[in-house]
Design a protein around this ligand. Structure first.
Ligand code: 13P
Length: 285
């Protein structure tokens, strides 16, 4: 069942759990996500980043995601991750995305507000939900790189001003996570999550969630995180499974045999995340 991002995240916000937002570039990933959502009866968000869209194209990603979303009973939203370009965001709206992110977090507050408002007006006119980012999340994701020294945590006062002026549906906050693999153990600023949640009382988003210890994820959810972005952990599950299969079967050249086990491995990782985020059994009809 294809639904808006807001309907999924408002439900998570009201019921105190988080929904996984998993990045996709190919068919196997979309199938792994929907399979995991069905087996755990979780609402879920399928998202495509700049790199994913460059690799597969908006039309192909949306056709795959929409086909599977419309043929399952669990609630599914299709989301643009880190949208930066007005034209691309419009293309996603035309192609049936039900949620878009405008990431203008590298601009000063007023310019971030101006750019975000412009997207909110367009998207809401066609019933599509909007995520924005305030503060700068560190790390590397496809074409977007933020050096650790340039990463800045979200300020609760700025967040309150930002949300009241832009009317975004959910907000990505910078609280110590980073995109890509971690070198050491990430330390989350839990007090900041709590304060921002109390101030805003709306769905909050955690980026860079791969490799964050389970305990920290569970605590972040209990304090009000409702959307958890995962990309790296799925890529690594894919890589491990393909490497293993090829090492054990060096002469097999059928792509289905090589990539099939990776699809199963990704599904298992996604199911574990859904349980950790508390979305298991939360699907509604
Ligand atoms: P990871 O690299 O930690 O999986 O983060 C993904 C993400 O935040 C996508 O926006």
């Amino acid at each position: 069942m294809l639904v808006s991002g807001k309907s999924i995240l408002q439900h998570a916000h009201e019921n105190g759990y988080a929904v996984g937002a998993f990045n996709v570039n190919n068919m196997e990933q979309v199938q792994a996500i929907i399979g995991a959502a069905e087996e755990t009866q979780s609402p879920v968000i399928i998202q495509a980043s700049q790199g994913g869209l460059k690799y597969a194209g908006v039309e192909i990603i949306s056709a795959m995601a929409k086909t599977l979303a419309e043929n399952t009973t669990v609630p599914v939203a299709i989301h643009l991750d880190h949208g930066t370009d007005f034209t691309q965001i419009m293309k996603c709206l035309r192609n049936g995305f039900t949620s878009v992110m405008i990431d203008a977090s590298h601009y000063e507050l007023d310019e971030n507000i101006r750019r975000t408002k412009q997207i909110v007006e367009m998207a809401k006119a066609v019933g599509v939900s909007v995520e924005a980012e305030l503060g700068k999340i560190g790390g590397v994701e496809d074409d977007i790189a933020v050096d650790e020294k340039d990463a800045t945590y979200t300020d609760p006062d700025e967040a309150a001003k930002f949300v009241s002026e832009t009317e975004v549906d959910y907000l990505a906050i910078a609280v110590g996570t980073a995109h890509g693999p971690y070198k050491g153990e990430p330390k989350l600023d839990f007090d900041r999550i709590k304060v921002i949640k109390e101030r805003l009382n709306m769905p909050l988003v955690l980026h860079g969630s791969s490799g964050v210890p389970e305990e920290s994820i569970r605590k972040a959810v209990s304090l009000g995180i409702n959307k958890i972005n995962i990309d790296t952990d799925i890529r690594q599950a894919f890589h491990r499974a393909v490497k293993k299969f090829v090492a054990e079967n060096p002469d097999v050249y059928d792509p289905r045999k090589i990539v099939g086990p990776a699809r199963d491995a990704m599904k298992e990782v996604i199911k574990t995340k859904m349980e950790m985020f508390g979305s298991t059994g939360k699907a509604w009809r």
